[in-house]
Write a new protein. Structure first.
Lengths: 169, 481
């Protein structure tokens, strides 16, 4: 099996970086194996890059379902264990339960969101691949994660698109 | 805040000189070139002589604050005499109000995709670090806060039959949660700039930048995740802020006074925090311009926009004040009259008059003029007035609440109005020293990452373009996200 390689093309012109992304797609590199590195956030899809699906929104939904279920069980079980009839209301009084249900649902959603933020932050990035400090100066990097036998092809595409420099790691 | 005070940019894009304040006729001040932003702002993290003097002065004042708290704890009657702690409680309320509200300044406009807020986000988030000092004051104050049950009787509070130290425990949990969330918000906002420090600074800044950047290289996935994190943490911060204001205002003020029941008061407290947060952010911006050489980055647009918000919140301060006041005024029960006697026309009437004048009347009468709002100095002066106003407001609220006789806390309503309690030397140390510690922490953090966010500033320039529009000038702003 060929070694993993990270090929980085450096651009000053965003349009050329976008051209490089198109070139990599046309050259048969799979979506998700190449990405754009920028020192400032560009509008999503500005480079025609692959936008990975994140799962952050699932965390609050999952947390809310757990919290809601727990709250219903807690409040119902408590009222059934200590059945106090007040004002002729049923033992399982829905309006009395609503406040606890709301609070616990929100609390679980918030806690799950915090966990989700940590989980989905993609940090620490232990294998950042090829990188250049000029990216934080405003240069744009197009990085390709590939095997050593395809690294030459990636370098060719990047240079053809107008990369001012190509680095490998 | 930065060392190169008064330094002027060398290169300015002539096309960018045409920026206007929104869509007005005259071109605005110069704006930096995108490639200038990073070196300019990284340079501001170097500690110059002004920074060192400011840090030393603040450190000295912080030591006085510590002496004040220690003196309060172990000198005189210690924690036993409640009224001795009124000014410490006022300092807690003041710091929560001033430092706690500031991070919210950038959250709401950022969510609304306002481009003008981008240069302000870091400065407002920086106030989260000052929350550490607020938490330290709280830790000292809970020692003096009476338990819910004393001499067999339970005082009226939001805690009903909860354990007697519930206010102590939950206020600490709440405030620590607020500080952690705020620092998380600041860190999330600073992450790309730590990467910039890793790449373009040297010495300890570079080492810390490398550690704290956590391998951030600017992939599109990382930027997307960053946006989500800032949005989520901002929302969470708002939720926790309101919760903490509710706890502190009820447990450390309202429940200390027999018969004081006011449903508006926690919201009045929170609203005041948003007003003071805007004010403190404006003052920090003014200082960054004055001593940090950041006049090119924090321009008239930012002051003007925040001046408008400050005006709106000054009017809201009055609205929430009168909404609470009017219930007591028309209620006219013995309990209502005693609350008014204590808080408005009693021993702290001068503090109330000062608070009313400085939090509402003067800001209203000055910010109503467009010439004042649309300047740099105008909003900064009014902001300073408002901050002083909030100090008086917290003194009249917490000072009077903690001056009441704890032996009468179980009565249906207040029957004896206490005398005015004037601050002693320890109180003055705490009032001056505790906020100084908060500002010192902010100042130290400004050595790690710039007080104006590099990446936000670059995005600000990328998404806005000054153009000539017919015979005037306008700024075209893209809102792509």
């Amino acid at each position: 099996m060929a070694d993993k390689k990270s090929v980085l093309g450096l651009f000053q012109d965003p349009d050329r970086a976008a051209d490089a992304m198109d070139g990599l797609k046309e050259a048969g590199f799979e979506l998700g194996t190449f990405d754009v590195l920028t020192g400032t956030p560009y509008p999503e899809g500005a480079f025609g890059e692959y936008v990975p699906q994140h799962r952050l929104f699932r965390f609050p939904a999952f947390g809310a379902i757990i919290g809601f279920t727990l709250a219903v069980v807690f409040t119902a079980a408590t009222q059934l264990a200590y059945p106090v009839i007040s004002g002729g209301k049923p033992v399982l009084a829905l309006f009395a339960m609503l406040v606890i249900v709301y609070e616990l649902t929100m609390l679980s959603a918030v806690v799950a969101t915090v966990v989700g933020i940590i989980f989905e932050s993609r940090l620490p990035n232990l294998n950042p691949g090829a990188y250049d400090t000029r990216i934080t100066e405003g240069w744009i990097g197009v990085v390709v994660s590939t095997t050593s036998d395809k690294a030459g092809s990636a370098e060719h595409v990047l240079k053809r698109a107008g990369a001012l420099e190509v680095k490998m790691a | 805040m930065a060392s190169h005070a008064g330094s002027k940019p060398q290169n300015v894009d002539p096309a960018h000189k045409a920026e206007s304040h929104g869509a007005h006729h005259k071109p605005a001040a110069e704006r930096p070139l995108p490639e200038q932003v990073m070196p300019d702002l990284v340079k501001t993290t170097a500690a110059g002589s002004k920074f060192k003097v400011a840090a030393l002065v603040l450190a000295g004042l912080s030591v006085l604050g510590v002496i004040g708290v220690v003196g309060r704890l172990f000198g005189g009657t210690g924690a036993a005499d409640q009224k001795e702690w009124g000014y410490v409680a006022a300092t807690l309320g003041f710091m929560l109000t001033v430092f706690g509200g500031a991070p919210m300044v950038s959250v709401a406009p950022s969510m609304a995709k306002a481009n003008w807020i981008r240069p302000v986000t870091r400065i407002s988030a920086l106030f989260s670090l000052a929350g550490v000092a607020t938490a330290l004051v709280l830790l000292a104050l809970v020692v003096a806060l009476p338990p819910l049950v004393t001499e067999g009787a339970r005082r009226r509070s939001i805690w009903f039959d909860a354990p007697v130290y519930s206010p102590h425990f939950w206020s600490i949990v709440g405030l620590v949660g607020l500080v952690v969330t705020g620092i998380g918000l600041w860190y999330a906002n600073s992450l790309p700039d730590f990467a910039a420090m890793r790449d373009h600074s040297n010495g300890w800044r570079q080492r810390w930048g490398k550690k704290l950047a956590r391998g951030f290289v600017g992939t599109q996935g990382q930027w997307r995740s960053l946006r989500l994190r800032i949005g989520m943490l901002g929302t969470l911060y708002f939720l926790v802020l309101i919760f903490v204001h509710f706890l502190i205002s009820t447990d450390f003020a309202m429940s200390m006074v027999a018969g004081w029941r006011d449903a508006i008061f926690p919201m009045y407290h929170s609203l005041g925090s948003l007003q003071a947060g805007i004010a403190s952010t404006i003052i920090a911006m003014w200082a960054a311009r004055k001593w940090g050489g950041l006049d090119k980055y924090l321009g008239h647009d930012q002051f003007w926009a925040l001046g408008k918000l400050l005006f709106a919140f000054s009017l809201l301060w009055f609205y929430f004040f009168i909404s609470g006041f009017i219930v007591f005024w028309y209620g006219r029960t013995d309990s209502d009259i005693m609350v008014l006697d204590l808080l408005i026309r009693g021993p702290y009437k001068y503090a109330f008059a000062a608070a009313f004048l400085l939090c509402f009347f003067l800001p209203w009468w000055t910010l109503i003029w467009n010439r004042v709002r649309a300047s740099v100095t105008g909003p900064a002066v009014v902001a300073a007035i408002i901050i002083v106003g909030h100090l008086f407001d917290k003194i009249r609220i917490y000072g009077s609440a903690w001056s009441t006789d704890p032996a009468r806390i179980h009565e249906r309503f207040l029957t004896v109005i206490p005398q005015t309690h004037y601050p002693d030397v320890f109180d003055i140390f705490v009032i001056v020293g505790a906020p100084a510690l908060g500002i010192l922490l902010m100042l130290l953090a400004s050595r790690m990452v710039p007080v104006v966010s590099i990446w936000d500033m670059k995005q600000f320039l990328m998404l806005s373009k000054p153009v000539k529009y017919m015979k005037g000038h306008a700024l075209i702003v893209a809102k792509p996200d």
